[in-house]
Design a protein around this ligand. Structure first.
Ligand SMILES: C[S@@+](CC[C@H](N)C(=O)[O-])C[C@H]1O[C@@H](n2cnc3c(N)ncnc32)[C@H](O)[C@@H]1O
Length: 395
């Protein structure tokens, strides 16, 4: 015979729990003359069996049913299914915690967060210690806060040696320039990189009339320095000034420019956002020229979709971009797909550079990403274009 405190000690349970079990009819103590409750060895063993059933994750009610009758398989099957679900969920939580600690890749997590909550993602990255520029690079390029530094090191090693950082050509820049309805005087170039388009614009306006000013903006200081050095060497730097700034927070007064030029850079802040954010900087009837990667077929192949939905989830067709531009208050003066030469100008040197660095950057995530991009380019087969849009502010 056991007192309740003895039973509690033997089972590792509290008095309160035993009293609750008694209330549920799982055990039945005998009230002694002195008022104490007393329990038999049968009660002890019944509760031990109960504990063994509880170890399978069954609820008290389910255990009670199993104690008193033949075990019902369907209860066990359902409990097993729930447990498997919980385990899978816990595995996911574990993987995420391990990835946050740098034990595995965080790419998918950053990608889905970026799609679902881009602003919260940016703010959070800044709280983790990234400055705004690096946080933006992380969102677009490395997609892993634990390996971002290494990724950018490798990425810069590839790109610093390349003049062009996106598809384009002198001929296509000139073609777009010639479509302008008026001669611009104040020109803003956004995301100029090392200035492949800036040089063409500077030489062209200089040849036409030398009153125009070009302000070239990028948030990569060394790119702006390289640009100014080249322009000085070519003797066409006089009317160009550079500003190191974030394209999302441009330090210019409204209606300062009659032309904004952006080759392969508006996507960084989202083309639709850029259309709206940059419009106030344009004078009345000012023109925005931008190039962007677009789908050129209604139903792209599975492979192309899978690649670009990850790399550029906001990619649209040219017609959809034009619709967005019109909604943002522009009229379309013209739009054309960049030439094959423009693609080659970017991807041929990139391919050579990737090949040249393959030993030095063995196992580099950045290099692997670039290889995947090169292979997407090689299997392009007319499914996507780089499209130039010439848009005029309308009222
Ligand atoms: C794809 S490259 C295109 C560069 C150049 N237009 C060309 O075609 O070679 C994008 C450029 O945008 C710049 N960039 C990236 N994020 C930026 C930001 N938030 N503000 C300003 N420039 C940015 C990069 O440094 C890079 O030079």
């Amino acid at each position: 015979m056991y007192r309740i405190s003895q039973l509690a000690e033997k089972l590792g349970l509290s008095r309160t729990t035993l009293l609750y079990y008694e209330k549920q009819g799982l055990i039945q103590g005998q009230r002694l003359d002195n008022g104490y409750r007393s329990y038999t060895d049968k009660d002890l063993q019944r509760l031990k069996l109960l504990q063994k059933l509880q170890a399978g994750g069954l609820t008290l009610k389910e255990c009670q049913a199993c104690l008193d009758e033949k075990v019902e398989r369907s209860i066990l099957v359902e409990r097993l299914r729930q447990l498997d679900e919980e385990i899978a969920q816990k595995q996911k939580s574990r993987q995420l915690l391990a990835a946050l600690l740098g034990e595995s890749s965080l790419t998918d997590w950053h990608e889905t967060l970026e799609q679902q909550a881009p602003e919260a993602h940016l703010e959070w990255l800044i709280k983790q210690g990234f400055d705004e520029k690096q946080a933006m690079r992380l969102k677009w390029l490395s997609k892993d806060m634990n390996s971002h530094e290494q990724y950018m090191h490798d990425f810069n090693l590839v790109f610093k040696a390349l003049e062009r950082w996106g598809p384009g050509s002198e001929a296509d820049t000139l073609k777009a320039f010639e479509l302008l309805p008026h001669k611009p005087q104040e020109i803003l170039e956004i995301g100029c990189g090392q200035g492949t388009a800036t040089k063409v614009l500077a030489a062209t306006v200089l040849a036409q009339h030398n009153l125009a000013n070009i302000t070239a903006v990028d948030n990569e200081e060394f790119a702006l320095q390289t640009l100014m050095n080249t322009l000085k060497e070519q003797g066409i730097g006089d009317r160009v000034s550079t500003v190191c700034a974030n394209m999302e927070k441009l330090p210019f007064e409204p209606e300062s420019f009659d032309l904004i030029w952006s080759e392969g850079s508006a996507y960084i802040m989202g083309v639709n956002n850029a259309l709206t954010a940059w419009r106030p900087l344009l004078k009345k009837h000012g023109v925005l020229v931008l190039s962007d990667l677009v789908w050129s077929v209604e139903s792209p192949s599975k492979e192309a979709l899978a690649f670009w939905q990850k790399e550029y989830p906001d990619m649209t067709t040219a017609a959809q971009r034009i619709e967005q531009a019109e909604q943002a208050g522009y009229e379309v003066i013209d739009s054309f797909a960049l030439s094959d030469e423009s693609w080659r100008n970017y991807y041929a040197p990139l391919e050579n550079r990737v090949e040249a660095l393959k030993e030095q950057l063995q196992g580099s995530v950045a290099l692997e990403d670039l290889k995947r991009e090169l292979s997407a380019f090689h299997s392009r087969s007319g499914e996507f274009d780089y499209q130039m849009f010439i848009l005029r502010v309308c009222y």
